[in-house]
Design a protein around this ligand. Sequence first.
Ligand code: FAD
Length: 396
Amino acid sequence: MQEVDLLIIGSGPAGISTALHLLKQDAGWSERMIVLEKAAHPRPKLCAGGVTRIGLETLRDLGLDLPLPLPSVEIEEARMIYKDRVIRVRGEPEFVVYNRVEFDTFLSDTARQRGISIHENEAVQTISLNPRGFVVKTSQAIYQAKVIVGADGSKGVTRRLVKRQEKVSRIARVIETVSPATETQPQFTDGYAIFDLTPSEENLQGYYWVFPSKVEHQPSLNRGVYDSRIASKRDKANLPSILEEQLTPDYNEDLTGRLQGHPLHWFSPTNRFSVPRLLLVGDAAGVDPLFGEGIGPALAYGELASVELCNAFRKNNFSFKFYRLRLLTSRVGRYLLPRWLLAWIGYHSNGSRAFMHSLWTVGKIMFALRPKQDPLYSMNPTNMSSSRDHTTRFSE
Ligand SMILES: Cc1cc2nc3c(=O)[nH]c(=O)nc-3n(C[C@H](O)[C@H](O)[C@H](O)COP(=O)(O)OP(=O)(O)OC[C@H]3O[C@@H](n4cnc5c(N)ncnc54)[C@H](O)[C@@H]3O)c2cc1C
C-alpha cells in the first residue's frame, strides 16, 4: 500500500487547477500529491469548450500567459435571445471557445512540466475510510491517503461519498452536436455566440446555444441544448426535437446518430461539498445552474480548495467544517450564488411571457450599465502590453 498525503481524483480542469494552485503555494506539494485519471490525455470530452473570464483569469493567476497557445475562437458578443428580444453582452473577449480535448491536454501537460505526478489509465474503483484517512483502490494500486479531492466530474465516485438522500435531483441534461462550418459564416466574422431561451415555451428550463469553434483546426459550429431541470417536477422538454427545430430552417440537417448527451451536476448552496478528509471541486461540487457553465468555475474551485488544503495540513485538522462557508464567500461562490438564484427564479417561472419580457428589460439595462471590463489579454503579469492583434478572432 502506497502512503500519500493527498490524492486528487480526476485530471479535468478542477483536478489540475487544484494541483497547480497547491504547487503555487508550496513547491513541496509535488512530492506529496498524486493525480489519478481513469483515461489518458488526449481523452474524449463532450463539451462546447466556452471558457469565461473567471476561468481565464484563474489560469493567468497561475502564470499562464493569455491567449493560451491553442486553437480558439474569441467571442466578443454573447447574444441572449428571447423571441425578438436580444441582450448583447460584449467583452474583449466575453469568452473564448477551445476544443476541450486540446484544452485539457494542455492543462495536464502544463501540470506535468511543473512536476505534478499524474497517473493516467488508473481508475479509482473503491474508497473506504479508516482512522488514518482513505484507502483508495484503483485499477493499478492501493493507496492510503490522508485526504482526497473529488474532481471526478458529475458521474464520479467521490460525489457518492458525500451525497445525502437528496429529495430533489440536481442534475441537468445537456446535448450537443458539432458540424463543419466556414469562417465566412457570421458567427465567425462577427465573433458572436447565441444563447436562445425562446424554447422555454416548450418546457425547456435552459437554452439553445450556437458557438463557433475549432475542431482539429477546422471551423465548426457547436450547437446544443441545456436543460437545468431545476423545477424537477415539471414535464421534461424534448431536447432532440428542440435542437432539430432550431437547426432545420438554417441548415436542413439530419441529426440521426450525431447527438451526444451528458448529465451535469449543478451547484446549490445546500449541496454537500465535503466530509472529513474529502473535498469536492468542479462538477462534483456543482456547475452554474443558469447556463451549465462548468470550466471557469472548475478552475476557480481549484484555487479555493488549495487554500483549504494548505490550512488543513498546517493545522493537522481535516474536518473541512468551514469549506461550505468559505466556498460561498469565495470568488467561485460569489460567481455561482447569483446564478443559482436567477436560475431558481427564472426556470421556475419560465414559459411566462410577462416574466421573460420583464427579465429582458431588466437585463438590457443591467448590461448597458455594466462597467467596461479591462481587455483580458492586456493584463498578463509577464506582458502588460498586448501581444495580440484583437481584430484576429481565430488563433492557431
Ligand atoms: C454538452 C456539454 C457542453 C458543455 N459546454 C460547456 C461550455 O461551453 N463551457 C463550460 O464552462 N462548461 C461546459 N460544460 C460543462 C463542463 O464540461 C464541465 O463543467 C467541466 O468539464 C468540469 O470539469 P471537472 O474537472 O469538474 O470535470 P471533468 O472535466 O468531467 O473531469 C473529470 C475527470 O475525472 C476522471 N474520472 C472520472 N471518474 C474517475 C475515476 N473513477 N478514477 C479516476 N478518474 C476519474 C474523468 O476521466 C475526467 O478526466 C458542458 C458540458 C456538457 C455535457
